[in-house]
Design a protein around this ligand. Structure first.
Ligand SMILES: [Zn+2]
Ligand SMILES: [Zn+2]
Length: 274
């Protein structure tokens, strides 16, 4: 029986003779259904049309689909002594990509920021013997392909290793998660934010949205909550969700300035004066 992937968001569904009736990720108001109607690709169709390509992104190994597919995020591989931690996931797995990850020491865990990037997480876990896939439990309703490797962690933080900490910020999704990598950026610390905190096109600032494609902003208290979660973390660099969408230096100051700019932009101070 074929396995089905949503062509619009890249979510993978369980094997079934016929494609699923709908994609809950795309039906959600944060995403959108293909303008021509819901469309699906089998695993074989996806692998025929796309391949996985990898390269270095600001000192970290990453990989993503070529040509670009669905939301277009890339995954990152954080190397540790006992294997890599994969941050965020992609909708495809290939034998060549598995060999590449093996050449970096293999995979010991997967952690994903939010449901838009769950992709083929079950395939990736299985390729490395069922390594745990940490997804925040508050978003478990968006898991389109349930799998025993998925660890629906709860609370506001979850430590994967001495140097890697998952922090739930909420905002974009209730379980929206960022990753703090203490030894990243040559020891100055790095934050991996997916689009829970979105690196803007100037690569000097960030924004915070409930929905990016549908332009739905977050309110002040949600952004203040993200800022409180990030405040204790030391970092000099932020890795966003796409190739090159990173803030290379002084990212802590950039983050704080972005929070202030955002709160000022949505303030109704002027309206109150009128
Ligand atoms: Zn979808
Ligand atoms: Zn998203």
């Amino acid at each position: 029986m074929p396995s089905w992937t949503c062509e619009q968001c890249g979510a993978q569904f369980p094997d079934s003779a016929a494609p699923p009736a709908a994609c809950p990720v795309c039906e959600d108001e944060r995403q959108y259904v293909n303008w021509n109607g819901q469309t699906w690709l089998t695993r074989e169709e996806l692998a025929t049309r796309h391949k996985l390509a990898w390269c270095d992104d600001l000192g970290v190994a990453g990989f993503g689909l070529e040509p670009g597919f669905a939301i277009g995020q890339r995954a990152l591989l954080l190397p540790e002594a006992d294997g890599c931690v994969m941050w965020d996931c992609v909708p495809l797995l290939t034998r060549e990509a598995v060999e590449y990850v093996r050449s970096l020491g293999g995979l010991k865990a997967i952690a994903i920021s939010h449901p838009h990037y769950y992709g083929a997480v079950a395939d990736w876990s299985e390729a490395f013997g069922g390594v745990p896939a940490y997804l925040h439990g508050d978003d478990r309703g968006f898991v389109t392909r349930p799998h025993p490797a998925i660890v629906p962690w709860s609370g506001d933080s979850h430590r994967i290793s001495d140097d890697i900490l998952l922090v739930r910020t909420g905002g974009h999704f209730a379980g929206g998660t960022i990753l703090h990598w203490r030894t990243g950026a040559e020891g100055r610390g790095a934050l991996l934010t997916g689009d829970v905190a979105m690196v803007a096109m100037d690569r000097r600032s960030l924004s915070f949205m409930y929905s990016y494609p549908n332009y739905i902003p977050l309110n002040a208290s949600a952004v203040q909550r993200i800022a409180r979660a990030v405040a204790p973390l030391q970092f000099d660099r932020i890795y966003g969700a796409w190739w090159g969408r990173n803030i290379g230096r002084d990212a802590k100051a950039a983050f704080d300035a972005s929070v202030r700019r955002y709160l000022a932009a949505i303030s109704d101070h002027d309206a109150a004066i009128e």
